[in-house]
Design a binder for this molecule. Structure first.
Ligand code: TXA
Ligand code: MG
Length: 320
């Protein structure tokens, strides 16, 4: 793939300045409560193509489209199913993406030629201000080079995309730190495609019929992004349950909630809670890469609430 021309990447804390780039066909990264996204006007096929080029993203991986207002969903979806309606009422704005049949107005490139579209309304105040100023729905994958850990700080966006995008809207480190929950709402029975901060337990309070995608078959087919290698630092990831176990090799790091002996590792992140662990993990992976760490031991957590999403990301990062 040819690399895009070198751009001057503007870093700003003005939502209006950041949105002006979107309105004129450019690319702006912006914070949400999950991770930073890399946005373009979804109705501008050239701008959406530039997202794929900037990230080196495979063309078969569809983008999530972000809205500031509920009524914008009608510009994107051909039909809002009852299942979607219930989830939207319960969880928008928030860290949830619903997949619906797409409207003919959406360019093919944004949805990787699928006849469906992922839609999300972030609850982050700066994201809301930015999306309002864009005055159009904004297609935005996570603002990292494909395959790298998702960015949870504006500095991580700059690390991956400096000179490849027009603008970064600078906010705080993101609150959740893992990407949104993705639910296929095309049929009567919603299907969980990607775990996230809205847990299965919470989804089932609204949609008792919700089932998990069978990752071996329909997960990969319905959500092509899940097929690709993800969230990976250069270091190898090993998931551990017994943190006091064997002796460690040199150049090893640890992240988890147990109070390990810091002297045993070259880099350590002890988190106060599973939420804190989820918020810290991608940035810790990046820090380990900057320091040349070779192996990262990641402590397993109980797979409930955000713990399920965290374990999903750790497993994917550990895949070779
Ligand atoms: O929290 C998030 O979701 C962040 C922020 C920026 O909103 N975005 C994000 O986007 O994580 P991305 O592109 O890194 O991941 C999008 C996921 C992929 O797994 C993709 O396959 C799936 O959503 N997806 C998008 N559109 C879809 C569709 N029409 N059908 C099934 N899966 C879809
Ligand atoms: Mg991503």
């Amino acid at each position: 793939m040819t690399s895009p021309d070198k751009l001057q990447t503007v870093v700003t804390d003005s939502a209006e300045e950041a949105a002006a780039f979107i309105r004129s066909g450019g690319l702006t990264a912006f914070p949400t409560e999950t991770v930073y996204g890399l946005g373009a006007n979804v109705f501008d096929a050239g701008a959406v193509a530039a997202i794929f080029a900037a990230k080196n993203r495979p063309a078969d991986n569809p983008l999530i489209v972000h809205v500031a207002r509920i009524d914008q969903i009608r510009e994107l979806a051909a039909e809002i199913t009852d299942a979607a309606q219930r989830l939207i009422e319960a969880f928008f704005p928030g860290p949830l993406t619903v997949v619906l049949r797409r409207s003919a107005r959406v360019p093919d490139i944004a949805t990787a030629r699928l006849d469906s579209i992922g839609i999300r309304m972030p609850r982050h105040p700066l994201a809301h201000e930015f999306l309002t100023a864009c005055d159009t729905p904004v297609a935005a994958p996570s603002a990292n080079i494909s395959g790298r850990p998702s960015p949870t700080t504006w500095q991580a966006v700059l690390e991956d995309l400096d000179g490849r995008i027009d603008c970064i809207l600078k906010g705080e480190a993101t609150e959740i730190g893992l990407e949104s929950t993705v639910v296929d709402c095309l049929g009567d029975m919603p299907i969980l495609l990607r775990q996230g901060a809205i847990s299965v337990e919470e989804l089932r309070t609204v949609s008792p019929m919700l089932r998990m995608a069978d990752t071996a078959s329909d997960g990969a087919v319905r959500s092509p992004g899940l097929r690709h290698r993800h969230y990976s630092p250069r270091a190898s990831i090993i998931i551990v349950t017994d943190v006091d176990g064997d002796t460690r090799e040199p150049s090893t790091a640890f992240i988890g909630v147990s109070r390990v002996d810091k002297d045993r590792f070259d880099a350590v992140r002890i988190c106060d809670s599973v939420e804190h662990y989820a918020r810290s993990v991608f940035e810790f992976f990046r820090e380990c890469d900057r320091r040349g760490i070779q192996t990262i031991l990641c402590e397993a957590v109980p797979p409930s609430g955000i713990g399920a999403a965290l374990m999903d990301r750790l497993r994917r990062a550990a895949e070779k």
